[in-house]
Design a protein around this ligand. Structure first.
Ligand SMILES: NC(=O)c1ccc[n+]([C@@H]2O[C@H](COP(=O)([O-])OP(=O)(O)OC[C@H]3O[C@@H](n4cnc5c(N)ncnc54)[C@H](OP(=O)(O)O)[C@@H]3O)[C@@H](O)[C@H]2O)c1
Length: 463
């Protein structure tokens, strides 16, 4: 196994402490990363290597499993001095240098610029860049150029952790390894598609970031559009990173600009989530009391290509919704003849991404007994019962892929730009909105979101 040094910028941050160290440790334990994986943490807070090792062990709730103890460099990632020190530390480290940029997005260009100036990384390095990648198409393009000045595109890994989820990777396997799916996966057989990514949490101490971003930039531009792309893309000719990403870019580029009347933005007010009273968004610490930032977005999207012409994709996401769940629901047309009097089903294929990991197909079945009564029932594939092994955490898989140089599950430069392009006009209009529709915490968003779907004679589906 190639020796590995992981350099985490943002070493004291929420992401590093909650996800990254645990993912690195688990991969080392599982033998997926070298036993002596070196970790160098960087942020401004002063501390020595021993204190950092304690921070890492507190984060993972156990012993650091690598034979190489964690190292720490305190410094401002914006300033050149830090990079001289870093170059010194890296001199002794063999193999691959993987730079993980878990810092606020405004710092990314500075960090890669300094890495390039200090000639750190380019030869033996790869860089992982966290989302959000820019705030619109223009800023994403500028950031792409900045990162590419420091690293060639094949060494850049833009992370969207949804792509590391087993259930998300399974979308392509489900669609393209089964002969029955593709012939019915089109506008001839599909009435519409719903994609829901619901959170019960509020801003969880990330108000500074969230109040700038909002639901559209935080969730739709990346996670939801990735799910749209995987659901809607054409089969690639081969299963390679470039072929898969080519097809995703084509879908993203075919998204019709979203009209104002096809989008609903909401902001949560006080309410109850899972039996607990919670405050409204404007009362959260760090949120301006007159903020009009959306915490909920519902959209009706159209993809203007032959496969999907006229098929609506309804997307919704929000904070403080009644459940934590991400799912894709593909709703098929009714049979042409209603043979059993009112029992014709619109079969629904549900891909449950999280927290449940399963795929179900709602079908009509004869209720036992006299007469012919049809009831909807579920055919179910449940990950946990079909496969013994538990799904790996998304960050575990993505870290391994980045060390192996496998970019399929990372977003390419044109992909991230195409995703912004699809939403920019709407995001810009929303930035100027002086109001945001209220919804009670614990509800499914503003009434207008129900109306968005009801207008087409449809309704949001339950799990
Ligand atoms: N948290 C998540 O669940 C999550 C999920 C997806 C994506 N992300 C992305 O991941 C990145 C980090 O998020 P986070 O939630 O971990 O943020 P955070 O908790 O605010 O942590 C930011 C980190 O960056 C360091 N930092 C800030 N300015 C610095 C500077 N000038 N020089 C050196 N270090 C600096 C901070 O340490 P010091 O203040 O000590 O310097 C801290 O370690 C962001 O881009 C975010 O959008 C986060």
């Amino acid at each position: 196994m190639t020796p590995l040094t992981l350099i985490v910028f943002g070493a004291t941050g929420d992401l590093a402490r909650r996800k990254l160290y645990a993912a690195i440790a688990q991969n080392v334990r599982a033998g997926l990363l070298p036993r002596d994986t070196a970790l160098i943490g960087i942020s401004r807070q002063e501390m020595d290597d021993a204190a950092f090792a304690r921070l890492v062990e507190d984060s993972i709730g156990g012993r650091w499993p690598s034979s190489s103890p964690p190292q720490y460099l305190a410094g401002n990632a914006d300033q050149p001095e830090l990079y001289g020190d870093l170059a010194g530390r890296l001199k002794g480290e063999r193999g691959l240098h993987l730079f993980y940029l878990a810092v606020p997005t405004q710092l990314i260009a500075a960090v890669v610029g300094r890495l390039a100036e200090a000639k750190v990384g380019r030869n033996r390095g790869r860089v992982i860049v966290e989302k959000p990648f820019g705030v619109d198409e223009a800023s994403a393009r500028t950031l792409n150029r900045a990162v590419q000045r420091a690293f060639p595109e094949r060494q850049i890994y833009r992370i969207d952790h949804y792509l590391g989820k087993e259930t998300v990777q399974n979308i392509l396997v489900f669609r393209f390894s089964n002969g029955v799916m593709e012939p019915i996966w089109n506008r001839g057989q599909i009435d519409h598609v719903q994609i829901t990514a619901a959170e019960t949490i509020g801003t969880e101490g990330r108000s500074d970031y969230y109040d700038q971003a909002g639901a559209l930039r935080d969730m739709v531009q990346n996670h939801l559009l990735q799910l749209v792309a995987l659901t809607a893309m054409e089969p690639p000719a081969v299963f390679s990173a470039e072929a898969v990403r080519d097809e995703k870019v084509k879908v993203l580029s075919a998204i019709r600009p979203v009209r104002t009347e096809d989008a609903v933005r909401g902001q949560y007010q006080k309410g109850q989530v899972a039996g607990e009273r919670v405050q409204g968004y404007r009362q959260e610490a760090g949120v301006a009391p007159d903020s009009t930032r959306e915490t909920f977005a519902a959209l009706r999207l159209f993809i203007d290509n032959w496969r999907w012409h006229g098929v609506p994709f309804y997307l919704r996401t929000g904070k403080r919704l009644p459940e934590r769940a991400t799912r894709i629901q593909v709703v098929f047309n009714k049979p042409p003849l209603d043979l059993f009097e009112g029992a014709a089903q619109m079969n629904v294929l549900s891909i449950h991404v999280q927290p449940e990991e399963r795929i179900s197909l709602k079908i009509g079945a004869k209720r036992p007994g006299l007469g012919t009564h049809v009831d909807p029932v579920d055919m179910n594939f449940v990950y946990a019962s079909s496969f013994r092994s538990a799904s790996a955490e998304a960050y575990e898989r993505l870290l391994v892929d980045a060390t192996l140089g496998e970019p399929t599950l990372f977003t390419r430069e044109d992909e991230v730009e195409a995703a912004w392009r699809a939403l920019d006009p709407l995001a810009q209009r929303w930035d100027k909105e002086a109001t945001c529709l209220p919804y009670a915490a614990g509800s499914w968003g503003p009434q207008a979101a129900t109306a968005l779907v009801a207008r087409d004679g449809r309704f949001w589906l339950e799990p």
